[in-house]
Design a protein around this ligand. Sequence first.
Ligand SMILES: [Zn+2]
Length: 438
Amino acid sequence: MTAYWCERAWLPSGVTDRVRVNTDDAGFVTAVEVGGQPEPPDVRLAGVVLPGFANAHSHAFHRALRGRTHAGGGTFWTWRDHMYEIAAMLDPDSYRRLATAAYAEMALAGVTCVGEFHYVHHAPDGTPYDDPNAMGEALREAARAAGIRLTLLDTCYLTGGVGEPLSTAQRRFGDGDAERWAERVAALRPDPTTRIGVAIHSVRAVPAEQIATVVAASSGRPLHVHLSEQRAENEESLAAYAATPTHLLHDHGALGPATTAVHATHLTENDISLLGRAGTTACFCPTTERDLADGIGPARALRDGGSPLALGSDQHAVVDMFEEARALEMHERLDTGQRGRFAPDELMSALTRAGHSSLGWPEAGRIEVGTPCDLVAVRLDTPRTAGVDPTQVVFAATNADVDTVVVGGRTVVQAGRHLLGDIGRLLGDAVDAIRSGL
Ligand SMILES: [Zn+2]
């Protein structure tokens, strides 16, 4: 067993001084003791120790787009053309390399569990690989190498728009129909650090009459869906189905406590009510939503209506979960002219407990007996964090202040260094390898 001595730790009861966290050999917390002294061989963690962060929405390969899409303006849809160029270059090996580096960057930012919204399934012309799940297995290997847990959200992606065939660039995403998608996904197996969930790419990409097949295949596992990120999606849905995307999902049984709606940006009052009453989680990705000029979603209204909130770095223009969390509050401030829309505790809950529940790890995301020992030690002596009230650290810290990250009792980041070494180089090499083919 290992014991971690924390100067202070964020426990379910609040930030507490002098906490010892004991673990067993399997990496679970066996005791949380308050008030003692550090004793050898305790591992000493300075600053404030937080539960592990859940990054509830990731497309690992989008990391190759960072700092590459800002010349010449454009829209969400022209950005998507850049994204498809990268998607076309991937194979299982380059996908694994890039995802390994992207997940290691997340670990450096305190992420202990990632939800990968995975739709690049087949060879570029749509032909399945010898193992039809070769790309998903590449992501499993990547997360394992980076030392974080994974929920692989295998994504059903069938049409290029409502009633439209897949474009050439989209062919590798598709399985033909939801039945064949479900057969392929049924072959994916969980393991101690990987859980399998499912996703509906969006109401643009899964015909209404096939939504129920995806819901049935989810069988209580996490079900994620992109929802109303762009107004054009709402318009398409209203024109084809005379229903908003939210209403369509509701009508086909896709909302509920195991469901997470990603973005949830352009919603009606009725949409907010449907999502909240069903207990559907809303996952905001604020750094992506501002990068893509999506808009500001009704986060406070959703939370008040009954939706838990989670957070994701999505396209990884930024990988800093503190920034995602405080942006939830800051975007609300700009939108409403009010401060204090979210308490620091609510932002921390989105980062930890609610995010893990969204990804199907309800036992994780808090420092408590019986939970996986996931710890993020954040320094309080850096130029950014010196003098900060630890209960408000989420408003001051950045990924650069993360000192130590423990995932299931294993130290993955120590003194700001990932166990795989130089992650900047790993990322640069992985991005270059893919971009050299463009
Ligand atoms: Zn997404």
